[in-house]
Every structure is written in structure tokens, then in C-alpha cells.
Design a binder for this molecule. Structure first.
Ligand SMILES: Cc1cc2nc3c(=O)[nH]c(=O)nc-3n(C[C@H](O)[C@H](O)[C@H](O)COP(=O)(O)OP(=O)(O)OC[C@H]3O[C@@H](n4cnc5c(N)ncnc54)[C@H](O)[C@@H]3O)c2cc1C
Length: 477
């Protein structure tokens, strides 16, 4: 019987555990132990029920385009629980000079693919619209080195596009800044499109033309009827209860002849392999004595913190709010809020018909220190900004503030080269696998994929599975 330790029970660690559990049930001689420092399993996937509303403390959904999270849902029997976002009402606003302006139709991420809606949109100045027209003739060519998202977007569409779209969109997904994040790690498809087509607009249209005409439109986001916690609960229910150790922080992992020694509290336990499914920062601390160089590379992957502020309101507020999924706030607007989601529109059944549910984001690279502020102060700021932005003055029926310290990995310029170095150093420590949002995608689907892949790698290393040919995957969140 081979023993595998999994450190961290976020969705990355749980996917690794479930992959091992599937193999164990199929007769593979393997057992696993999941170590979790906190009192509950699931990491940042937490769903609460308040006043008839389903409140997501962490992620509320995942990109439908990336199949791995939905696949895991199916593997744990939740196929009939998958739901799509209410895209009939999909409309997102950008705050520009204090006013909400809708993102024009045909803008894919930040690439315009329809001329008229963009030409008539007040979101962009004439100068940006001229940039967009010139972009059509951008010559193909691969940038010599990695660069920031801001630098690439500015080369194609000018600085206003960075401020009004690239930066707020990335704040929403990564809690990060376009001026820091690596285009090759965060938007690899953009780098590929530029190399092949030059113009991102022409590349998007070419990709769309290749799609079969009858492809049914899928919702942009997928989630679960009872919230993201439903995935955690379903996975945990299928794992062996004796293998789950909550409130058990691992202090160190040490390679030993023929295995690994995992030390948690006063207890040390021997394993044949270890999957470290924590943040890269926590992995660095765990691996410090095993390999200082690996720890140093892992520790160089930066993280930002995030706060979600959920506010419930009555029917009167609901009918006074704008339609659509919510709004993004560019840095130039000088607000603390990064974005707000109108949950009752995005996933209607998450709030009863007589309730409005708002989910606001604060923090990120822009405002790390806000994590120190008491909840009341954060609520005061969010409510003041909601009053300024959408004229919302009503008292909320309930509020919930969730703070996530160092939860969002930031893929800086050179991230992919760093991953190659990490991989080389990791291979010097046989039986060690890394999973989590610090490496090849921050979104839930990528974390699921990384957890499952780490489990498969470890099984191959232990001679319990055949190596599979590598799949081509996108690295963006
Ligand atoms: C507020 C917020 C909103 C988000 N929204 C979305 C979204 O809508 N869609 C989407 O796709 N993604 C979203 N994300 C990103 C995504 O949810 C995360 O990247 C992903 O869930 C991370 O999973 P993980 O398992 O890698 O890490 P985590 O969930 O952080 O889990 C790591 C676990 O390791 C444990 N741990 C750490 N050190 C130790 C140790 N020494 N010993 C034992 N245990 C340890 C921690 O306690 C934690 O439970 C969001 C993230 C946040 C924070």
C-alpha cells in the first residue's frame, strides 16, 4: 500500500484527493491523508445562507469554457445541479467619471469584434476608437520577451483601454494590476493571437468563423444550485473520513530515503509521496529545509488579498437597481471598490424575488492594507461608494464581510520561466507534486485540473499508473 500526503484542502487539494479516491476504489493500492490547517475543508469555497439568499464568500461560479470544474461536479454526482449564469441579462458597466457606462456589445474581454456598438459607445474617446481602427492592421509577430498585460494592451489599443477595461477586468479576476501581470501567463491566447495574426480583433473574428455555425451558445459562467460549497461537500462526502485531518497545520516536509516525512504539530508521519496544494507562499515555507532554491522560487510568486462584501436589500431596492450583472471600477475613479455584482440578476435563484443581493469586491493589489480595517469600516466605505455610484441609500437587511488574506496569486512578468525553474527543482525531489492557484491558472477549473494532474503524476511516480500524453491547456484564469 502506497501512502500519499495532501497538504491543503482547497479545491486543488480536494481534487487531488478525489482522483486518488477514484483510483483506490478501482483497486489501486493507495491511501491518502489530507492535512488542513483550518477548521473546515474547501479553502476559499464557502457558501452561506442568509435571509433566503445564497451568499458566496469566495468564488461564485467558474468559466464554462474551462471544463475541469464541471467535470469534477459530474464525477461527484452533481451533473443535475450545474446551472448557468443568466446571460439574457448579461450586461456589465464600467464606472467612468462617476457614471456607469455599459460595455458595448461585441467586446470580447477587451477586443472589439463589432464595429458599430464600439463606434457609438461613450466608453471610449475618439483617440481610442482611432487606435482600434489602426489595430486592425497590426502586423503579426511574436514579442521578444514577456511583458505586462498593460504594455501589450496599450500597444494595441492605447492607454485608455488599459485604464477602463484591462485593469478593472484583471482586478476582478486576479485582484491584480494590468501593469504587473504577465501577458504570457495571464492571457496566453492574446500572445498567440498577436504572433499569428497581429491584430487581436482580426484573430478573434478568425477564431469565431472557425466555430461550427450550429454551436449552441453556452452561458459564460457555470455554478451549482446550492452554491460552490456544494462541490466541496460532495467531494468530501466521497472521501474516506478517516483520511481528513482539519485543524492540522503541517510545519515541514522532509525528503527521506524512499519517501517523505510530514510533520504536523508533535506528530511526524511517513509517506511515499506528497502533494503540496497550498499557496506557493505556504509551499515555500514548507519546503525551506528540503530545498532552499525551490522555496525561494515559490516564495517569489506574489499574492494579494481580497474582501467580498455582501449586502441584502428589499424589493424596493431591487427594482431601483440597474439591469445586468454589475460594474467594474477603474483605478482612475479613486474608489476602494474594485467591482460589484448584482447577484439577483447573474444567478436569479440565489435571492428570492423580493430581495436584492449585492456582492462587492475590495482589496487587491491596489489596496492591500484595507484587510486590516474592521468590518464596520469596510462596510461604511462600501455603502458610501454604492451611494455615490448607484445612489443606493437604503439600509441593508443584512451584510456579510469575508476577508481572504493572500488568496489571489499574481503571475508577474517571467512567471512561465519561473514555473520551468520550479519544475526542474521539484524534479530533484522525487515524489513531490505541487498544485494550486499559484502556478497555471487561478480560477476554480484550473485549480481542479492542477489537483487532479498532481495526483496522476504521483501515481505514475509510484508505478501505480501509466503516464498520459500531455494535454494542451490554456493557462489563463
Ligand atoms: C474572493 C474570491 C473570489 C473568487 N472568485 C472566483 C470565481 O468567481 N471564479 C473562479 O473560478 N475563481 C475565483 N476565485 C479564485 C479561486 O477560487 C481560487 O484560486 C481557488 O479556489 C484556490 O483553490 P486552492 O485549493 O488552490 O487554494 P485555497 O482555497 O487557498 O486552499 C489552500 C488551503 O491550504 C491550507 N493550508 C495552507 N497552508 C497549510 C499548511 N501548512 N498545512 C495544512 N494546510 C494548509 C489553507 O488553510 C487552505 O484551506 C476567487 C477567489 C477569491 C479569494
Amino acid at each position: 500500500m502506497k501512502r500519499i500526503a495532501i497538504i491543503g484542502s482547497g479545491i486543488s487539494g480536494l481534487s487531488a484527493a478525489f482522483t486518488l479516491e477514484e483510483r483506490r476504489r478501482a483497486g489501486v493500492p493507495v491511501e491518502y491523508v489530507v492535512f488542513e490547517s483550518g477548521p473546515r475543508l474547501g479553502g476559499v469555497l464557502v457558501t452561506d445562507r442568509v435571509d433566503g439568499c445564497l451568499v458566496e464568500a469566495g468564488p461564485d461560479s467558474f468559466l464554462t469554457e474551462k471544463p475541469w470544474a464541471a467535470d469534477l461536479c459530474r464525477r461527484v454526482g452533481l451533473a443535475d445541479q450545474l446551472i448557468g449564469s443568466n446571460d439574457a441579462d448579461r450586461k456589465t458597466y464600467i464606472l467612468v467619471k462617476g457614471k456607469l457606462i455599459v460595455i458595448p456589445d461585441g467586446l470580447m474581454f477587451m477586443v472589439p469584434t463589432k464595429i458599430l456598438p464600439t463606434v457609438f459607445s461613450p466608453l471610449f474617446s475618439l483617440s481610442t476608437k482611432l487606435h482600434m481602427a489602426r489595430e486592425w492592421f497590426h502586423p503579426p509577430g511574436k514579442a521578444e520577451a514577456d511583458e505586462t498585460v498593460a504594455s501589450m494592451v496599450e500597444r494595441h489599443y492605447g492607454p485608455e483601454m488599459v485604464d477602463r477595461l484591462a485593469d478593472p477586468l484583471l482586478s476582478g479576476v486576479y485582484g491584480g494590476e494590468a501593469a504587473q501581470l504577465s501577458v504570457r501567463a495571464v492571457l496566453p491566447r492574446f500572445a498567440e493571437m498577436e504572433a499569428k495574426h497581429g491584430s487581436l480583433g482580426r484573430a478573434m473574428l478568425a477564431a469565431r468563423r472557425k466555430m461550427p455555425a450550429a454551436t449552441p451558445a453556452r452561458p459564460l459562467f457555470t455554478s451549482l444550485k446550492d452554491g460552490m460549497q456544494q462541490l466541496v461537500d460532495a467531494v468530501v462526502a466521497r472521501l474516506s473520513a478517516a483520511a481528513l485531518r482539519t485543524s492540522t497545520p503541517v510545519q515541514s516536509i522532509q525528503p527521506q530515503t524512499g519517501g517523505w516525512l510530514v510533520s504536523a504539530g508533535y506528530v511526524s508521519d511517513q509517506f511515499d509521496a506528497v502533494i503540496v496544494a497550498t499557496s506557493a507562499q505556504a509551499a515555500a515555507a514548507l519546503l525551506q529545509s528540503a530545498s532552499a532554491s525551490l522555496a525561494s522560487e515559490l516564495g517569489a510568486i506574489q499574492y494579494t488579498s481580497s474582501i467580498t462584501v455582501n449586502l441584502g436589500y428589499d424589493q424596493q431596492v431591487r427594482s431601483s437597481l440597474p439591469p445586468g450583472f454589475g460594474f467594474l471600477v477603474p483605478r482612475s475613479e479613486g474608489k476602494q471598490m474594485l467591482a460589484a455584482t448584482f447577484v439577483h440578476n447573474k444567478f436569479p435563484h440565489r435571492a428570492p424575488e423580493d430581495r436584492a443581493l449585492l456582492r462587492c469586491f475590495v482589496g487587491g493589489a491596489r489596496n492591500e492594507q484595507v484587510l486590516q480595517a474592521p468590518d464596520e469600516e469596510i462596510l461604511r466605505v462600501v455603502r458610501a461608494e454604492l451611494r455615490q455610484i448607484i445612489g443606493l441609500t437604503a439600509e441593508p437587511l443584512f451584510t456579510r464581510v469575508y476577508k481572504w488574506k493572500g488568496a489571489m496569486a499574481q503571475y508577474g512578468v517571467g512567471h512561465l520561466e519561473r514555473l520551468e525553474r520550479i519544475d526542474r527543482l521539484r524534479q530533484q525531489l522525487p515524489g513531490l507534486a505541487l498544485a494550486g492557484n499559484g502556478y497555471r491558472g487561478i480560477g476554480v477549473p484550473d485549480c481542479v485540473r492542477s489537483g487532479s494532474a498532481s495526483a496522476s503524476d504521483v501515481l505514475v511516480f509510484l508505478g501505480l499508473a501509466e503516464a498520459e500524453p500531455p494535454a494542451k491547456v490554456s493557462q489563463s484564469a
